[in-house]
Ligand binder design. Structure first.
Ligand code: NAD
Ligand code: LMR
Length: 342
């Protein structure tokens, strides 16, 4: 087993402590490329009792479709106003969010070749702002998992919205960086000739290009790879998203791997709520570096929030070089998000 500092999902043998509580997961953007397979994975999960699908189009159909899967989770599908599934007098974002323990947000436009994630800011910033205003109103205690790009800026946007509404709880707001961890584990395992299941790379920083920093030096076996191989791996992980955008040639960005990663993150939050010990990387408000928000391993607690932002461990001089380089970039993207709401 090749393990670095804990990051993806760590479990203990502790028994579930509150397995009787009703777990409702809301997916905002549920009719999209990520939202549909993510809602399916939630519907298939034994640990989720209710999946509320919300989008500006298509959710009555998505919900009706998913409802035929013979699993326990109850499914609803809402649009902003009329057209819910199953039909109900109480529709829209309110029905979706009321009682939600976890809200996963993959709403917004994806990249096309030649675009950066920051090019999505103008469209996605206001989408995230509006949806998080709804969360502040209808489920202020839920854990919010932000997938919509640019994550480096949309998480600060969400924080400012929640602050304005007087319900900001830093521990309950996370940017989802799990796909970076998945890529790091997959690409490193290919190089080492082992199973990705036996690798758990800590990935720190943010979620865009050089702000993504995998700490390969912490993985036994990887540290002995030649410097040029480590460099190529690091850059491939940083730009893994571009690989998919290019291959999809204009039809979007990663959806299936992101749905898997988004589900893993959600499952981690729910396991922590049920008393398991869970450590996974997430982009959260942080004092570990000069950047106000930073991805690092986080210990999740029984309230579904981050109980402790954990230190990320020792860096090689190569990784320290990347960290020094990424911090100013990351803070700029954070500031852009903050000023959008202020
Ligand atoms: N964090 C990550 O690692 C990661 C990975 C992949 C993609 N993403 C991002 O996730 C987002 C979604 O990607 P996708 O491929 O699913 O895109 P998509 O276009 O297939 O789906 C997005 C969905 O959001 C919906 N939507 C738009 N405005 C909305 C609103 N106001 N309320 C509710 N729903 C709304 C759309 O109708 C659509 O169904 C993009 O911003 C993308 O860059 C992030
Ligand atoms: O690359 C993108 O635009 C989508 C996502 O952030 C990813 O990492 O795949």
């Amino acid at each position: 087993m090749l393990r670095a500092a804990p990051s993806l999902l760590r479990r203990s043998a502790r028994a579930y402590s509150s397995s009787s509580s009703h777990v409702k997961v809301a997916v905002l953007g549920a009719a999209g490329g990520i939202g549909q397979p993510l809602s399916l994975l939630c519907k298939l999960s034994d640990s989720i009792d209710e999946v509320a699908c919300y989008d500006v189009v298509g959710t009555p159909g998505v919900a009706a479709d998913l409802s035929h899967c013979p699993t326990k989770a109850v499914i609803t599908g809402d649009l902003p106003s009329a057209g819910t599934w199953p039909p109900s007098g109480n529709s829209g974002l309110e029905r979706t969010l009321t009682g939600a323990s976890v809200v996963v947000i993959p709403a917004g436009v994806p990249r096309k070749p030649g675009m950066t994630r920051d090019d999505l800011f103008n469209t996605n910033a206001s989408i995230v702002q509006t949806l998080v205003e709804g969360c502040a109103k209808y489920c202020p205690d839920a854990t919010l998992a932000i997938i919509s790009n640019p994550v480096n800026s949309t998480v600060p946007i969400a924080a400012e919205v929640l602050k304005k509404a007087g319900v900001y709880k830093p521990a309950k707001l996370c940017g989802v960086t799990t796909l970076d961890v998945c890529r790091a584990n997959t690409f490193l395992a290919e190089k080492l000739g082992c199973s990705p299941k036996d690798i758990d790379v800590t990935v720190i920083g943010g979620h865009a290009g050089i702000t993504i920093l995998p700490l390969l030096s912490q993985v036994p076996g990887a540290s002995s790879l030649p410097a040029d191989v480590l460099d190529a791996l690091t850059v491939r992980i940083q730009f893994g998203g571009d690989e998919v955008v290019k291959a999809k040639a204009g039809s979007g960005s990663a959806t299936l791997s992101m749905a898997y990663a988004g589900y893993l993150f959600t499952e981690g939050v729910i396991k922590a709520m049920r008393g398991e010990e869970v450590v996974q990387c997430a982009y959260v408000e942080s004092t570990l570096t000069s950047a106000q928000y930073f991805a690092s391993p986080c210990k999740f607690g029984p309230d579904g929030g981050v109980a402790e932002v954990l230190p990320f461990g020792p860096l090689s001089s190569y990784e320290q070089g990347w960290l020094d380089k990424l911090l100013p970039d990351l803070q700029k993207q954070i500031d852009k998000g903050i000023s959008f709401v202020k």
